[in-house]
Design a protein around this ligand. Structure first.
Ligand SMILES: Cc1cc2nc3c(=O)[nH]c(=O)nc-3n(C[C@H](O)[C@H](O)[C@H](O)COP(=O)(O)OP(=O)(O)OC[C@H]3O[C@@H](n4cnc5c(N)ncnc54)[C@H](O)[C@@H]3O)c2cc1C
Length: 383
């Protein structure tokens, strides 16, 4: 798509060193054998508590993360804002297990909400439900099986934490995105998000759910929640993504012999993603969206929908920090609303996130090639 081809705009914040670092990183990731070896070494070093922080900090962390905390991420968020690109600070500590960790994560999310309320360049806050409760509980709730007494207590605590986050989002007037996760825990997430939307989205969209369009039931689900929103008079906030757990979904469905919940043809996912954008724009009066995608065609489709319908407010494009700058910077230059996900957290604690990022990059066909060819074009242009 021609509007994304301008690499001078895309990499205006990157000096020569940044470009070569990105080139080297994506080059390594593009080699499946080499990257698998490096990821294995990284996992072992992490488990053995080897002193790898310095290497991580100056390579993958620098490419994909904003900083170790909100304060140190400021340099990146300020730089992005100079190009009118907002930031969505994402506390990317994964694998919390104890109630203490869950509460710590909840408090960090609330800090992010407060920080966003004081900074125009942070249009949303975000969190993962598995950061504030345990995975097994979400799985049990999603299965529809009866909860035991301990689980009932955990569910009560989860709803309390969820409500506290959404309450603060409303209080500080900062919309909050709830990430989507594996399909076998997503029912529980959908249920609680919808409850929060009914409570906090009466006057404007504050709570956003995420729809993964690789799931073949999501268009139907979108139409259902639209009906609910119209009937019960609340606003819908939706982040639209394709979905990050494609192979995991297929493997689990095979293993436990149930109908696979995700499309297995890429064009079907693309069709549903683009259809969801159209449905949302058609219902613009009550729907606000954040399109989380690195796909040029979908980004171009949404930008056309915005222009043709003469709307721009309440529609955001979002990409991850360190990726698809050609989309983010070129859209922003054309005055579309853009915000980057800016992961942050202590280096050791974001390593699982970084490993997942690398593994996802390897598995998404074409993604690394796209990143590399844009970087090469820009390096050549500057020479
Ligand atoms: C800002 C942002 C927020 C995100 N938040 C979430 C989130 O909350 N939850 C979440 O799950 N993911 C999230 N993601 C990740 C997202 O779901 C995708 O995995 C990722 O963005 C790649 O998809 P794409 O739209 O960029 O484009 P593309 O590179 O065009 O699409 C790749 C995607 O297509 C799908 N796909 C690949 N092969 C097939 C196939 N054979 N059949 C059917 N479908 C296929 C998969 O979903 C794959 O990830 C987020 C991404 C961004 C940029």
């Amino acid at each position: 798509m021609s509007i994304f081809k301008n690499t001078e705009v895309a990499f205006k914040d990157k000096n020569r060193f940044d470009l070569y670092r990105a080139y080297l990183l994506f080059k390594i990731i593009s080699n499946p054998i080499l990257s698998k070896i490096l990821i294995t070494i990284l996992k072992i070093s992490f488990k053995l508590h080897l002193p790898i922080n310095w290497i991580i900090k100056n390579t993958v962390f620098k490419q994909f993360c904003g900083g170790e905390n909100i304060r140190t991420s400021k340099k990146i968020t300020k730089k992005l804002w100079a190009s009118k690109i907002g930031s969505i600070l994402d506390y990317s500590v994964e694998g919390n297990q104890s109630e203490l960790d869950f509460n710590k994560c909840m408090n960090e999310i609330i800090n992010c909400i407060k920080y966003a309320s004081e900074n125009d360049n942070i249009p949303f806050s975000v969190f993962k439900t598995t950061g504030i409760t345990n995975f097994e509980l979400l799985k049990k709730i999603s299965s529809g099986n009866e909860l035991n007494e301990i689980e009932k207590k955990q569910k009560y605590l989860l709803e309390k934490k969820f409500d506290k986050i959404c309450y603060n989002a409303e209080k500080y007037n900062v919309p909050i995105l709830v990430d989507a996760e594996e399909s076998w825990i997503q029912n529980a997430i959908d249920e609680i998000v919808l409850k929060m939307q009914k409570k906090y989205n009466k006057h404007k969209p504050i709570v956003y759910n995420t729809l993964q369009m690789y799931r073949h039931d999501r268009i139907k689900y979108l139409n259902q929640i639209l009906k609910d929103a119209k009937k019960e008079k609340f606003y819908l906030g939706l982040k639209i993504v394709r979905g990050a757990y494609h192979q995991k979904e297929i493997n689990r469905a095979k293993k436990f012999n149930y109908i696979c919940p995700v499309h297995t043809l890429k064009n079907k996912t693309d069709e549903d993603f683009n259809e969801a954008l159209k449905i949302c724009v058609k219902n613009y009066e009550i729907v606000s969206i954040c399109a989380g995608t690195h796909n040029e065609e979908s980004s171009a489709i949404l930008s056309k929908l915005i222009t043709n319908n003469n709307i721009n407010n309440r529609i955001y494009f979002s990409q991850l920090l360190g990726m698809s700058d050609h989309i983010s910077y070129n859209l922003s230059k054309k005055n579309y609303n853009v915000a980057k996900y800016v992961p942050y957290g202590p280096i050791r604690e974001v390593i699982p996130y970084l490993i997942r990022r690398a593994e996802e990059n390897i598995s998404i066909e074409g993604q690394i090639g796209r990143e590399l060819s844009n970087i090469i074009l820009e390096i050549k242009r500057r020479n």
